[in-house]
Design a protein around this ligand. Structure first.
Ligand SMILES: NC(=O)c1ccc[n+]([C@@H]2O[C@H](COP(=O)([O-])OP(=O)(O)OC[C@H]3O[C@@H](n4cnc5c(N)ncnc54)[C@H](O)[C@@H]3O)[C@@H](O)[C@H]2O)c1
Length: 334
């Protein structure tokens, strides 16, 4: 049984608390959030203690592992705290929005062998992961293209936009990571990014984008097209396509059931696709935790490393450089 401390009891922290509590090999011991109301609600829902401080919660000798789901600017501090306490940690993406803070954190934890897994949950989606597996097995031959469509159902509020750190670092970062995951050993070498403001007034006020497209190229020449929007009236649009010399594979949108309806106005219609990430990626969040628990128990290496988190941020930063300077940007992961 792995005993967890949860840091951060907001939107995603609440979800992680439930997944930990329901897991047969995990137990939620402590919850800490600067917002005491959130902490006490999540603690009482999951029969956990409310910790007085993050330090108390992490250093608690009854705790085996830490899940960081607090606001992004707190992640590096909590990663260092957990590593210094030798507590394996599953940390939500992004590690931070500032590459200097990420590098400082990397220096601080460089001597540690403590397990760190970054929360790129989409790697654990069975459909997306099956594309990677098929490519690795040679089923689509030489990989030539990856096409990722990732659109949110509706734009977030201004408060979220002001705190999130920008579309590319907060949202596209998942797609940058998924591209790297599918490519495996073949690194991304250049990127061209286009952001736009087509419909969301709040995005304009926050100096952010509501629409974006990216073209990336890998060292082996694979072209990757990522397209994002903060609005899709039909739900959370999550599709991945890989195309190669022996064929194509698509991980399509999912609906809660496979029912199809035929009426006098439709030949075939399905119910709406899942509305947002908590529903669409429910299985992936659970398998992400399964992977983490298995790594803690077997003391094996992380499959989604700190470097994966850092590299995804480097791609997001290069995307901003490309957008701002209207040029193709070479990627330097060093
Ligand atoms: N992997 C995913 O699919 C996914 C989805 C959503 C959010 N996230 C990430 O999860 C993190 C949280 O996002 P959210 O949507 O739950 O945000 P949120 O604003 O709902 O929750 C953040 C929580 O952190 C708390 N907090 C702030 N400072 C703190 C501190 N110093 N110590 C402890 N708690 C503190 C806040 O009070 C709040 O309850 C972000 O890094 C975000 O990028 C990941």
């Amino acid at each position: 049984m792995i005993n967890f401390t949860l840091l951060g009891a907001g939107r995603i922290g609440k979800m992680h608390a439930k997944i930990i509590s329901e897991h047969e090999d995990a137990n939620l011991v402590n919850v800490y959030d600067v917002n005491q109301e959130f902490a006490s609600q999540v603690a009482s829902d999951n029969k956990a203690n409310i910790a007085k401080s993050a330090m108390d919660a992490v250093q608690d000798e009854n705790v085996d592992a830490v899940l960081i789901a607090s606001a992004t600017p707190t992640h590096t501090e909590y990663l260092i705290m957990s590593s210094e306490a030798d507590k394996p940690v599953l940390c939500e993406k992004p590690i931070d929005l500032d590459i200097n803070k990420v590098n400082e954190c990397r220096d601080r934890i460089s001597g540690s062998t403590n397990l760190i897994q970054i929360g790129f949950n989409r790697r654990f989606d069975k459909s997306h992961a099956s594309l990677k597996q098929a490519y690795s097995n040679g089923e689509i031959g030489e990989l030539e293209k990856i096409i990722i469509t990732s659109r949110d159902p509706s734009p977030p509020g201004l408060d979220y936009l002001n705190a999130a750190g920008g579309f590319f670092r907060d949202t596209t970062i998942h797609d940058f990571d998924l591209s790297r995951f599918i490519l495996g050993d073949d690194p991304i070498v250049e990127i061209s990014a286009f952001g736009d403001n087509l419909f969301d007034e709040n995005a304009k006020i926050a100096n952010d984008f509501d629409t974006a497209m990216f073209i990336l190229r890998s060292k082996a020449g694979v072209l990757i097209h990522i397209n994002n929007s903060r609005r899709a009236v039909y739900g959370y649009d999550q599709r991945v396509e890989i195309f190669g010399s022996k064929g194509m594979m698509i991980s399509g949108n999912q609906t809660p059931t496979s029912v199809r309806k035929y009426t006098d106005t439709h030949t075939s219609s399905k119910e709406p696709i899942y509305n947002f990430f908590i529903e669409r990626y429910e299985q992936a969040y659970k398998d992400q935790l399964n992977e983490f628990i298995a790594s803690v128990k077997s003391k094996s290496k992380s499959k989604v490393t700190f470097e994966d988190g850092r590299n995804a941020l480097i791609l997001a930063n290069a995307a901003y450089e490309s957008q701002n300077n209207k040029k193709v940007v070479s990627i330097d992961f060093s």
